[in-house]
Design a protein around this ligand. Structure first.
Ligand code: COA
Length: 170
């Protein structure tokens, strides 16, 4: 049976930190589903479609048009994470950990998901040193205040932000 992993997040926007986790996740699963949560609670800057588009472009940047991206599927979801996992036959939820402060929230979320569906395992991958300070909300704040985000995000995300900000600033 193929091992299918679900890497969920809001991805508003996808950052180099997320890419780091994706690159390592594809080594341990046969297929990776990147689940982009609608997540109205976070009031995302980018629409769900824009976030999915940025991820698709970032994957091409990272892996090229090689078959590698065939093992990765990007989907949007607005239901429970465990239901999304079941829908795509994913047995594993993958989450990235940057620092100890991420742990409490991740631990609670993992326990809740275990209660909701004990057959789905959560595994944590630790972000590399240079990505530990990146968070999507910081990236948005820096961009909105005119800072340079090019070293934190894939090129496609950078271009999307330039386009989005020029519309917002009109
Ligand atoms: N490198 C850099 N940054 C990272 C990272 C990494 N490896 N991993 C996470 N982050 C950052 C993100 O940029 C984000 O930053 P922000 O808070 O400033 O926006 C933050 O860490 C966490 O975001 P993300 O990984 O996108 O997850 P999330 O917390 O936004 O998403 C869901 C949480 C979508 C998984 C959760 O809300 C969910 O499961 N929703 C579905 C409904 C549900 O089932 N609810 C019950 C859950 S118990």
């Amino acid at each position: 049976m193929p091992r299918i992993g679900l890497y969920p997040g809001t991805f508003d926007p996808i950052t180099n930190g997320h890419i780091d986790i994706i690159k390592r996740a594809v080594r341990i699963v046969d297929k990776l589903i990147i689940g982009v949560a609608l997540n109205v609670n976070k009031q995302p800057l980018l629409t769900l479609d824009e976030r999915v588009e940025c991820i698709h472009k970032a994957l091409i940047e990272e892996f090229g048009n090689r078959n590698k991206t065939c093992d990765i599927e990007v989907i949007g979801f607005d239901n429970l994470l465990v239901d999304c996992a079941k829908k795509y036959d994913a047995q594993i939820i993958i989450r990235g950990l940057r620092q100890a402060t991420d742990f409490d929230f991740e631990f609670q979320m993992c326990l809740m998901n275990q209660c909701l569906d004990p057959d789905i395992e959560t595994i944590f991958l630790v972000a590399t040193e240079q990505n530990r300070s990146i968070a999507s909300s910081f990236v948005k704040e820096v961009a909105l205040l005119g800072g340079n985000i090019s070293s934190f995000v894939p090129k496609a995300t950078y271009n999307k932000f330039k386009e989005k900000l020029s519309v917002l600033n009109k």
